[in-house]
Design a protein around this ligand. Structure first.
Ligand SMILES: Cc1ncc(COP(=O)(O)O)c(C=O)c1O
Length: 381
């Protein structure tokens, strides 16, 4: 099998697996317990907090562990909404956010908030000026993703933050950076964001673990209530093995990001070159100029992406059509529609996403299988 679906999830890296097993079996204590078992587990959590903080340029006190990227997005958006609702009731986001953001914003809207959804350019980029224009005196929060999960486009978050803050100094900016960490260097303070979401399984950690960066002093209301864990921001016993693995994975990801980027960019370009040679009318979705190195999202006019996905799977190639986060949904991807693709072309899309273990052989396997698969998928459409 050839795995080209790293934007859906990544295999665990050895360092993270070792950390996971150490806290699953040996140091199994509850990190809230005062005895030696608890203290060992607590150390694991706090070491991981330092590792995750270091990987994103934050301080450990600014990291709150969650049960994944979805929960981090929910905590950021609903948490700020709950806390600052009295100061204003307007929220700004973009049209191609992950559903964890879009649906959290809709939840605020159901509760009486006003929402402005900013359009995305056909290049897959959010124009900072549109953000500046959308921010009002009563805007409490802007949420724009750092890297899109389907087309891999990288937003100019520093410019987006600057535009939002120029329009209203007290507006907070959240970024879903789930697809950024491990793919591009991330420094939350350089970007200027107030809140940012991360997910361990996208960078070689385990599923069901994430983190929310909350810049020191930024007000967020807890969305899970109970024993007051995570400084009262997120109650519930932490997934200690998963958190320890997240720390190890984040450290590896930060160390390797530059070398990995260079390697993946070459592989991705070779893949694109081969795809263009095999299927000349292929359409690349989103700009190639500001995109994570491992992502290639393309449409094959006249083919069904679903059929193509199944044919490639039968040929031993794992990739994705639309977003795996909405598995089961056959509607055209909201991301591709947001960048202006007609529904038929959105339906004809495939996302290849390369990662740490991707190789020349993976690219070759795709290029070997693709011409026949596209021809058959076109006949079946
Ligand atoms: C951009 C983005 N945000 C949020 C999520 C959700 O993360 P998790 O799977 O950890 O809940 C994903 C996962 O696909 C994602 O790609």
């Amino acid at each position: 099998m050839h795995y080209l679906d790293h934007a859906a999830t990544t295999p665990i890296v050895p360092e993270a697996k070792a950390a996971l097993l150490a806290f699953l079996d040996g140091d199994f204590g509850n990190p809230a317990s005062v005895h030696a078992y608890g203290r060992a587990a607590r150390r694991g959590v706090e070491d991981a907090r330092e590792q995750v903080a270091a990987a994103i340029g934050a301080s450990p006190a600014e990291i709150t562990f969650t049960a994944g990227g979805t929960e981090a997005d929910n905590l950021a958006i609903k948490g700020v909404g709950t806390k600052l609702g009295g100061n204003g009731n307007h929220v700004v986001t973009s049209a191609f956010e992950h559903h964890a953001v879009l649906h959290s914003v809709e939840h605020l809207q159901d509760g009486g908030f006003q929402v402005t959804v900013v359009e995305v350019g056909s290049d897959g980029l959010v124009d900072p000026r549109r953000i500046g224009d959308a921010v009002r005196r009563d805007t409490i929060l802007v949420s724009v993703m750092a890297v899109n999960n389907e087309i891999g486009t990288v937003q100019d978050m520093a410019a987006i933050v600057a535009a939002a803050k120029d329009a209203n100094r007290s507006t907070l900016v959240h970024s879903d950076a789930v697809q950024a960490l491990g793919n591009i260097p991330v420094d939350v303070h350089r970007l200027g964001v107030d809140l940012a979401s991360f997910s361990a399984h996208k960078l070689g950690g385990a599923k069901g673990v994430g983190a929310l960066f909350v810049r020191s002093g930024v007000p967020v209301a807890a969305q899970l209530h109970g024993g007051g864990h995570e400084r009262g921001l997120r109650s519930g016993t932490l997934n200690t093995p998963g958190v320890a693995a997240f720390g190890a994975a984040a450290e590896v990801a930060a160390e390797e990001v530059h070398a990995k980027s260079e390697r993946l960019l070459k592989l991705r370009d070779r893949l694109l070159e081969g795809v263009r040679a095999a299927v000349p009318d292929v359409v690349v979705n989103g700009t190639l100029d500001a995109r994570v190195p491992g992502n290639l999202n393309v449409s094959f006019p006249g083919a069904s992406g679903e059929t193509l996905l199944l044919l490639l799977d039968a040929a031993g190639i794992a990739c994705s059509s639309g977003s795996a986060c909405q598995s089961g949904a056959l509607d055209p991807s909201h991301v591709l529609l947001a960048i202006g693709l007609p529904p038929r072309l959105a339906d004809a899309s495939i996302r290849f996403s390369l990662g740490r273990a991707s190789s020349e052989e993976d690219v070759r396997a795709v290029l070997d299988a693709l011409p026949e698969a596209v021809e058959r998928a076109r006949k079946a459409a």
